[in-house]
Design a binder for this molecule. Sequence first.
Ligand SMILES: [Zn+2]
Length: 261
Amino acid sequence: MSKQVFFIFILLFSFTNIAANDNPKWGSTGHRAIGVIAEKHLTKKAKKQINKLLQGQSLAFVSTYGDDIKSDSRYAKFYTWHYVNFPFNSKYENSDKNPKGDIVTGINTCISILKDKNTSQEDQIFYLKFLVHLIGDLHQPLHVGRGEDKGGNDIQVRWHNKGTNLHRVWDSNMIESWNMGYTELAKNAKKLNKPQIQSIQKGTVLDWTYESQKLAIQVYKSAEIGEKLGYKYSYKHFGTVRSQLQKSGIRLAKILNDIYG
Ligand SMILES: [Zn+2]
């Protein structure tokens, strides 16, 4: 191998590695679809207040903010807010908590800051954008996965013969392969009646965390390390992705209606 070829090889290898260890998140399409779905379920009053705060930017537009700020070290203290890891056979309440915070404390902190009338305008905008993002993350099952494999980020698999990891399969690969924009995804969400919507909105942040963890257990069983995944995997699991995106949007609207409605 010549020196140049070797160098290119190393370069490619490190790129694949960077991609595989990318920050855990729904891809932007997933987050944006959640934003569009949420907007459909907002009360008029909530919509008006949010619109004023965000100066006309949509929930879809601000939904990726939580991941965007990962590139800015000033926001490093929020990094652990995107996920939670606790043993599958124990309760969150009894488990060791991350002293830097996790997605459960993160969401609840955002909500209480937004409900506080003394919160500055600047903070209101920041925590609203962050809340929109975190409710999305909470519904990606692997954000409530195992700590030892970083929520599936360390489980290397192949997606249509390209290297990726299980976390990415669930937050972007399946959605990208479906090849629909976020508006289309939102528009084609399952039609639900009022009682169905109300039943989805029931429960607490912690209930929804357990729901995601239950799904995460199934996701871990769905693929082996190094497995080649593609059409068949999507056929089996994309329904769950769509349903999680929809639940997330509907629940985000409920939380925002409680704060602003
Ligand atoms: Zn995130």
